[in-house]
Design a protein around this ligand. Structure first.
Ligand code: 5GP
Length: 194
């Protein structure tokens, strides 16, 4: 998506450890006009899939997921990050390795909000090694719901998550795909990059 790529080039900052900072428009300050365009692109891609629910993970996926849910006219659920091992109540839980902070944490979603009849579209800000996406998809699976696929704002295609999850059959649509971030310079995938 050209608009998003241009914004990444203008305001994105490459940090150590293959981290792209996009706090100016996506992860801290949020450009809702841009989110609206992204949401419309996700809708164009998934409009015939009868999505009944959008699922994301706190915190930075929530903004994009909400604007996207508005276009799909369906509810949005965010998986909560949980510090307590044994959570009381009826929840689906799975483990995620944090790319940006290191370590592993549990994510939970109440069984009340994810049902076997749901057709779920996952929305997230980044795809790197795929742990967040894989954790979210296992919540969907545990609920017996149908996973339609995932809409990702920025995929770092030089990391393994996208290839691995696509090879397992997951439909992933990324609005900006980064081929490399060497020497602080962001380069996007052309047709050669998955
Ligand atoms: P994964 O689980 O695919 O390795 O990483 C995805 C999660 O890590 C996303 O939900 C996002 O919050 C965070 N993340 C991964 N890479 C980056 C990055 O380069 N920049 C930022 N800001 N967040 C990232």
């Amino acid at each position: 998506m050209q608009l998003l790529e241009e914004r990444i080039l203008k305001d994105g900052k490459v940090r150590d450890g293959n981290v792209l900072k996009v706090d100016n428009f996506l992860n801290h300050q949020m450009d809702i006009t841009l989110f609206g365009e992204m949401a419309r692109e996700f809708y164009r891609l998934f409009q015939f899939d009868n999505v009944t629910k959008i699922l994301t993970i706190e915190a930075s996926g929530i903004g994009i997921a909400c604007i996207t849910a508005q276009v799909f006219n369906c509810p949005v659920i965010f998986a909560k990050k949980s510090k307590t091992k044994n959570i009381a109540g009826d929840v689906y839980t799975s483990k995620v390795e944090s790319f940006t902070h290191g370590g592993t944490y549990d994510i939970i979603v109440s069984k009340e909000y994810l049902k076997p009849s749901d057709r779920v579209l996952i929305i997230d800000d980044f795809l790197a090694n795929g742990s967040a996406l894989s954790g979210l998809s296992s919540l969907v699976k545990d609920a017996g719901a149908t996973l339609i696929g995932a809409g990702i704002a920025i995929e770092k295609a030089f990391q393994s998550g996208g290839d691995t999850l696509r090879s397992q059959g997951m439909r992933i649509e990324s609005l900006a795909k980064i081929k490399s971030m060497e020497n602080g310079k962001v380069q996007f995938c052309d047709n050669s990059c998955n």
